[in-house]
Design a protein around this ligand. Structure first.
Ligand code: GRF
Length: 201
């Protein structure tokens, strides 16, 4: 069973999608710890609902980003995680963190990367006038949303879309894609070759 640690800053709907699939034994993984940088993150309450240990680690009490990242690493190592999932985690990780979990950190982003990295990806897609957008699960490197792409799901962008409507359409796909990728990783089907990710279906 793949042991997963989740970092989340907000609502936690992707975390919940993952917790549900684990609880229903649909995927060969178990979320063993959830950490947030926000005390009020709903993600912490979601973790509680599923009896998963949840921690608020306050960045403000650490003297530097590196020290904060050391605290995250130490908590995740205590729970012996095999994979770290960023599910709406709103901070850039320190290189130290990536080195601590080489090839074992993934993120979900609400656009078809490399288009529209960073904040408000759905708004960027609308402004950009694209006809399709979607979501991407990728390995995390030291950049912002720049790591090797594992999988993507596509949705249409419709003329009457608002940011909220488009975000909702993308989110529905996120909730399917993230657990699917975690399951592939649990099954050892995801191989990283340079920037190319090969999935053995
Ligand atoms: C999602 O849109 C995810 O793609 C992005 O942040 C949002 C998190 O939503 N990285 P939630 O907290 O999982 O509901």
């Amino acid at each position: 069973m793949l042991k997963v640690g989740v970092l989340a800053s907000g609502r936690g709907s992707n975390l919940e999608a993952l917790l549900k699939q684990c609880a229903n034994k649909k995927i060969a993984a178990q979320v063993v710890v959830v950490i947030s940088d926000k005390a009020e993150a709903k993600a912490l309450a979601k973790a509680d609902e599923y009896n998963v240990p949840a921690f608020f680690i306050d960045p403000k009490v650490y003297s530097s980003k590196t020290e904060y990242n050391r605290a995250l690493i130490s908590k995740l190592k205590n729970f012996k995680v095999d994979l770290v999932v960023l599910a709406g985690y709103m901070r850039i990780l320190d290189p130290l963190f990536i080195e601590a979990f080489p090839g074992k950190v993934i993120n979900i982003h609400p656009s078809l990367l490399p288009a529209f990295p960073g904040l408000n990806a759905q708004g960027q897609a609308l402004t950009g006038g694209v006809k399709y957008s979607g979501c991407t699960v990728h390995f995390v490197d030291e950049g912002m949303d720049t790591g090797p792409i594992i999988a993507q799901a596509v949705v249409p962008v419709l003329p009457e879309d608002t940011v909220e409507v488009l975000a909702q359409r993308i989110l529905a796909e996120e909730h399917i894609l993230l657990p699917k990728v975690v399951n592939w990783i649990a099954q050892g089907r995801v191989k990283l070759k340079g920037r190319q990710v090969v999935i053995n279906i």
